[in-house]
Write a protein that binds this ligand. Sequence first.
Ligand code: 5GP
Length: 120
Amino acid sequence: MTYDPSNIFARILRGEIPCNKVYEDSHALAFSDIRPQAKVHVLVIPKGAYVSAEDFSASASDAEIVGFTRAIARVTAMLGVAGDGYRLIANTGAHGHQEVPHFHVHILGGQPIGKMVTLP
Ligand code: 5GP
């Protein structure tokens, strides 16, 4: 799948659309999900143009992958969810119900998150 630079997260990265920023460094941006599914619901996105977890894992540089992974740990610490735990989700493609085609992980926490998955 080709990266679409008009996707909503690309527009947030370019500052064209506002977000409730939680954290930013040279590799990653974290912001609150606009439709939170838990007391804490934050999205972490890489700054590079990657469609999905697949694309990021295969094509990002080592520095981007390390930077992004470390950013997630910084954000969970900042949010105060690291101790009690949280769920990290990377919806991928059609079966994964990915809506926004810019790779992102969801951090869900601040309360028990329940069963891992409910199939339709
Ligand atoms: P996906 O299903 O692609 O993993 O999840 C995309 C997430 O992005 C959804 O949870 C949705 O609420 C969130 N989202 C969609 N548009 C916006 C937006 O404009 N701003 C923010 N902050 N979140 C958004």
